[in-house]
Design a protein around this ligand. Structure first.
Ligand code: NAD
Length: 510
């Protein structure tokens, strides 16, 4: 990448305009690969949150945005997709220097998926059953009945730092597709691309339809969740914060969807093709230095193949090249922050203390030219048991736990023995075994001979404490609508209506 964006200050994006925070305060955004400041961003307070909600409220209540015909809305969504493609280079650059995602992944996956998501939603919106007519039933009497799906209103989106622009679009695209307006609060490590996205989108929607407020979660995020004029919260982040959001949303009985953490099990069966299963399992856990919610962090291997699989895992892992994520040759970039690095290293120490065997990595590393970056070697532990801390808690770093099993039932039982249920995978040549495992695994997505293969036309979300609701796919649109039943009586005389006799004993009305 050659494009250079100077260190600039990003204001808030409210009502179609850049606006400084009322307090005038800003915070710094750092490049996790170099430790350098890459931008200053407005630090919103309650007053700014109020303004953003008012802008979104007015755009919903007082403009025709929510009433736009599906065909017209599809054109808007296609135009946004096109706008993202036009700004791809800048988005990719900003995403790479703030999230640490490799430019190889961000440019060849994230930004393309974003464009495709808006195009997919444009297609879905044209086919969406906004209105269904019910047959006239004998009970409760002749009537014409509609079920309408209407937008919910003002949606707050709270997003994490790991794949910030892609995850923001998982919420923005269906929300706009269904005619809602929104306020987005990105993670403070990575607000740049969300702000840029809002600017791009604002070209195609009325002012106030999309707003971004940046600042601390406990302040700005909570203010959004608590606010009575926000109708829905869509949150992606840790299960811990998800719990507090759910509790806070209860105060206003807010419609809430949650995409939370994971500890996804990955099972290699005895008949698997190891030439695919080994690199695939490493891809499943080390992409983005393990900072993906659906990473396959627990690898279940059959006793018989254990040593061969571990040898292959270790030798292939050693070929992974850490480096500056802006370098196309880099395989693994940094983790997001010093604090995150220390947390991962602490998990590694816990694993050693608990009796797991470190067979690869385990240390922080210094990368030439990125001496102040936060890099950790891709790390593999064997002799892990499913009750160890590293097998139970989400580490969100490049750490793979290898767990042995003697038969598939035991593997599935251990795989499901977790509070999470986001993703799972199985590697096998036998399609019957694959589908049998897929049925038994408690997860929102099961990959067979693959990993990380999310699609814009398929739902993504968690079982158990990995979340509530689904993003992407047709089903995600439902989460941004509410149902209305409209009943029109076809009986013109009061005394002939089914209910008349329920109250009136005199049925001799003329
Ligand atoms: P986090 O929970 O710390 O923060 C997520 C967002 O919530 C941030 O914008 C943060 O500022 C905000 N926030 C923090 N405290 C808040 C509060 N009290 N009220 C309202 N908002 C608050 O998560 P993170 O560290 O940014 O991201 C990593 C986590 O996200 C991991 O657990 C990962 O598994 C999860 N994740 C899940 C998915 C998914 O689709 N299921 C995708 C990506 C990441």
């Amino acid at each position: 990448m050659t494009v250079q964006v100077e260190v600039q200050t990003f204001p808030l994006f409210i009502n179609g305009e850049w606006q400084q925070a009322k307090s005038g305060e800003t915070f710094e955004v750092f490049n996790p690969a170099t430790g350098n400041v890459v931008a200053r961003v407005a630090r919103a307070g309650e007053e700014d949150v109020e303004l953003a909600i008012k802008a979104a409220r007015d755009a919903f209540d007082k403009t025709d945005w929510k009433n736009m015909k599906p065909k017209e809305r599809a054109k808007v969504l296609n135009a946004i997709g096109h706008g993202i493609a036009e700004h791809a280079e800048e988005l990719v650059y900003l995403e790479t220097i703030s999230s640490g995602g490799t430019v190889r992944r961000v440019s060849s996956n994230d930004v393309l998926q974003m464009v495709d998501l808006f195009n997919t939603m444009a297609k879905f919106v044209k086919e969406y059953p906004f209105s269904e007519t019910l047959p006239s039933p004998p009970f409760p009497g002749p009537a014409h009945n509609f079920i309408w799906r209407e937008p919910i209103g003002v949606c707050a989106a709270i997003t994490p730092w790991n794949m910030p622009m892609l995850i923001a679009t998982w919420k923005i695209a269906p929300a706009l597709a269904m005619g809602n307006t929104g306020v987005i609060k990105p993670a403070s490590f990575t607000p740049l691309t969300t702000l840029k996205l809002a600017e791009i989108i604002s070209k195609f929607v009325p002012p106030g339809v999309i707003n971004v407020v940046t600042g601390p979660g406990a302040e700005v995020g909570e203010a959004l969740v608590r606010h009575p004029k926000v109708d829905k919260v869509a949150f992606t982040g840790s299960t811990e914060v998800g719990r507090s959001i759910m509790a806070l949303a209860a105060g206003t009985i807010k419609n809430t969807t949650l995409e939370l953490g994971g500890k996804s099990p990955n099972i290699i069966l005895e008949d698997a093709d190891l030439d695919i299963a080994v690199p695939g399992s490493l891809f499943g856990v080390f992409l983005h230095s393990g900072q993906l919610c659906e990473s396959g962090t627990r690898l279940f291997v059959p006793d018989k193949l254990h040593d061969e699989i571990v040898d292959r895992l270790v030798s292939l892992t050693k070929t992974l090249k850490p480096g500056n994520p802006l370098d196309l040759a880099t395989d693994v970039g940094p983790v997001i922050s010093k604090k995150q690095k220390e947390s991962i290293l602490a998990y590694i120490e816990d694993a050693k203390r608990d009796g797991a065997t470190l067979v690869c990595g385990g240390n922080e590393i210094t990368v030439e030219g990125c001496e102040n970056g936060h890099f950790i070697e891709p790390t593999i532990f064997t002799n892990v048991t499913n009750d160890m801390k590293i097998a139970r808690e989400e580490i969100f770093g490049p750490v793979l736990s290898v767990i042995r099993y003697s038969n598939i039932d035991e593997a599935i039982e251990m795989a499901n023995d977790t509070i999470y249920g986001l993703a799972a995978g199985v590697w096998t040549r036998d399609v019957n075994k694959a589908y049998d495992a897929a049925r038994k695994l408690q997860a929102g997505v099961v990959w067979i001979n693959d990993w990380h293969m999310l699609r814009n036309d398929a739902p993504f979300g968690g079982y158990k404490q990995s979340g509530i609701g689904r993003e992407m796919g047709r089903h995600s649109l439902d989460a941004y609508t509410q149902l209305k039943h409209v009943h029109t009586s076809m009986v013109p005389e009061a005394h002939r209506k089914t209910w008349y006799q329920l109250l009136f004993s005199n049925t001799n009305q003329s």
